[in-house]
Design a protein around this ligand. Sequence first.
Ligand code: GDP
Length: 328
Amino acid sequence: MTDQSPADLAPRILASDRRALARAITLVESGRAEHRAQAVELLDTLAGEGRQALRIGLSGTPGVGKSTFIEAFGMMLTGKGLKVAVLAVDPSSARSGGSILGDKTRMERLSRDPNAFIRPSPSQAHLGGVARRTREAVSLCEAAGFDVVLIETVGVGQSETLVAEMVDLFVLLMAPAGGDELQGVKRGIMEMADLILVNKADGDLKPAAMRTVSDYAGALRLLRKRPQDPEGFPKALPVSAMEENGLEKAWEEMTALAEWRRANGHFDQRRAEQARHWFEAEVREGLLARLRRDPEIRAKMRELGDAVASGESAASAAAAVMLEQLGG
Ligand code: GDP
């Protein structure tokens, strides 16, 4: 495919050609070596352009209203003249065979909006692959001139941590809940959040939603103050994605926080740390891949692994033998 070459794709992406963007994302998702080489060249070319979007992570359990929220929030942003890209991280899709986040009926209005771009999660085997794909897709969307990149993830396992490591702001979408449900919310997740939005603050659920907001606000006040936060953050707010209430306020808080962090150096510092983190992760992954490719090393790994599995050697001792062999 000639129209997949970096030389051809780069200018088209810079000109916001959505087909070129989609093709480039397919390229970064590919497991084939020649595609990888093209993807790397393309990403490197585009990195020099220095275009930046506000990267927002959005997490929440299934049914909390993520797609309803993203559709309403996304439409509001495009209504302001902003270009919005939506990417999904759904590690569970690899197991279930089909992505819930890839459901075509989701975000129907937003997907028809010329200023929006929606890309569902691919079926990838492991979280590391999903991480790289998403991170690279974010870069491609930035190069294509998107102002806001929303990264959606289901609130399960490590996917939140992974997304938190590639965004500027992390938003948790929660459902109205009783006090004891709040106890069950993992502290680590609370600590990652910049903003907790309690959705479904409408109709019969409104009183429960308002109580939940003050419960979360109370819990957030107990957390250690982070240097990257101005007074009052992290914050909890009520929203209704369905009635499109509270969305403007949520956006105001997001932009206020991002601006404060920009003005105080935290924004760039965090991006720099994230870039370094991903660079090191790439090197680590690459080294492991190289080890797995070498038949001699693989045989040695198997042999030592067997010794560890049978209780003949201690894991750390076997690892030391392996490392010594590699280093020597
Ligand atoms: P997701 O699984 O997190 O993407 O959740 P969905 O957006 O698919 O929403 C799950 C259900 O909650 C759907 O039946 C929505 O209509 C409903 N829902 C979403 N947002 C709201 C809201 O703001 N208020 C109410 N009452 N229901 C909502």
